[in-house]
Ligand binder design. Sequence first.
Ligand code: SAH
Ligand code: MG
Length: 215
Amino acid sequence: MLNDKLHSYIEELIPGREPLLVEMESYAKENKVPIMELVGIEALLQLLRVHNSEKVLEVGTAIGYSALRMARALPNASIVTIERDLDRIQVAEDYIERSKLGDQITLIKGDALEVEELVRNQAPYDAIFVDAAKGQYQKFFEMYSKYLKDDGIIITDNVLFKGLVTLTESDIESKRIRNLVKKIDGFNKWLMKHPDYHTVILPVGDGIAISKMKR
Ligand code: SAH
Ligand code: MG
């Protein structure tokens, strides 16, 4: 999102990760799994550290990369994470097992819009990280913000969608992408004027929105 040179400059300063995480980064690249990008995940982890989050809900596990990064960065935290894709669940379970961080992570298998009960069982959460189907962001937010502590934070990934949110509709050829852009733009507008939350959008990674309840 930042200009390329600055982006590479920051990336090169980020310390190396342990071998399992490096393996996951390659797996994601080879198999086109959209894990959070490096500067974005570092920003997320730092927010969670500053906020002292001890219980995090993640919507969108994929192969478990961000869940494991959070578990590693926050040794006292537990992560509840939701994924619906069976193949990815299997890969995630395998990586979580190998990481030995399984005690910190609960993987809920199913569509995030259908497992509210399971999520509620472990509520309340200090932080909620939304990183799943972009067309449903508002639904995820409405469903799960109920289970956030009063001083909790909600972080939503991919809100700038590779910059596509700046294009006008007629400039986007694919109907699917056009619809997604419309949804994300609608979500951003809805979120930014939400009466109960302060939100800032940061152009980090693919764009993250950070929301905190007003009080
Ligand atoms: N947070 C991960 C990346 C998640 S990619 C990381 O940074 O490592 C988004 C994932 O969300 C995909 O694996 C997709 O299958 C999952 N997903 C999308 N919509 C979902 C839904 N409604 N319920 C559960 N999982 C969903
Ligand atoms: Mg993402």
